[in-house]
Design a protein around this ligand. Structure first.
Ligand code: ADP
Ligand code: MG
Length: 230
């Protein structure tokens, strides 16, 4: 992780967003549960990769995300297609990306579809005065609308891990309401603890954004992660 961060900042002294491969290397090195993600460089490789990943996906389906360097939002600009079940669907989604993003397009990221669950966000932001904060909130499409989030200074204590979850307005969704099952709270706490360690080890980590982390009674998996170094 140290050599990845140093290497990036030597090549980009002004800082910036890591590409998907480096992002996965860094986060998986800290044990964060990212879904399988393969960066395919062209239409043919995308179709072949999707065929290979399909059987790992919920109901045998994959998600496809257009990739170009420096991208910030994806679904807002039509760069995310989910629930693709066949070669033909993958091919036509890739062609649509080509039409929409033109020469900027640098391939696609292929992922197995995660089983549905509650979408949370987890991340790290830097406070100018206090340093790194670990953030937990309601994620996915509800992120901006509901703005339900809590933040704590890193490093997090055991107590922080518990109180962060409890302080969300959406906490009842995690604890199980109307007789529904609770999500895997140990998996949520583990994500927060690992982000805290990462933030503590790397002052260069300007921002980490895992959104969504899809949580279910049987675990948590992140299908979208971004990391900015400075
Ligand atoms: P962005 O946040 O940049 O718009 P995401 O990669 O987060 O793009 O995708 C948007 C939404 O699509 C996610 O919040 C999630 O609901 C869904 N999604 C994306 N990838 C997957 C996946 N692999 N499995 C299941 N759902 C996914
Ligand atoms: Mg996202």
């Amino acid at each position: 992780a140290r050599s990845l961060v140093d290497g990036y900042l030597t090549a980009h002294p002004e800082g910036g967003w890591l590409d998907p491969l480096s992002t996965a290397d860094l986060l998986e090195g800290y044990g964060l549960p990212l879904t399988t993600s393969v960066w395919a460089r062209d239409e043919h490789m995308t179709v072949v990769t999707a065929a290979g990943l399909r059987r790992l996906g919920h109901e045998g389906k994959v998600a496809l995300k257009a990739y170009w360097p420096g991208q910030v939002h994806k679904s807002a600009v039509g760069a995310v297609r989910t629930g693709l079940a066949t070669d033909a669907e993958v091919r036509s989604a890739y062609r649509e990306f080509t039409r929409r993003f033109g020469t900027e397009l640098a391939g696609a990221v292929v992922q197995p579809m995660a089983a549905p669950g509650l979408e949370l966000l987890a991340g790290v932001v830097q406070d100018r005065v206090f340093g790194p904060l670990v953030v937990l909130g309601l994620g996915g499409t509800a992120t901006e609308v509901l703005a339900d989030r809590v933040a704590r200074l890193a490093p997090l204590s055991e107590r922080d891990l518990t109180t962060m979850v409890a302080e969300l307005r959406s906490a009842p969704l995690l604890f199980g309401h109307n007789g529904g099952p609770a999500v895997d709270l140990a998996a949520v706490r583990s994500v927060l603890a690992r982000l805290s360690r990462l933030a503590d080890d790397f002052p260069e980590l300007a921002e980490a954004d895992l959104n969504p982390v899809i949580v279910r009674p049987d675990g948590a998996v992140c299908v979208d992660a971004r990391v900015r170094l400075e």
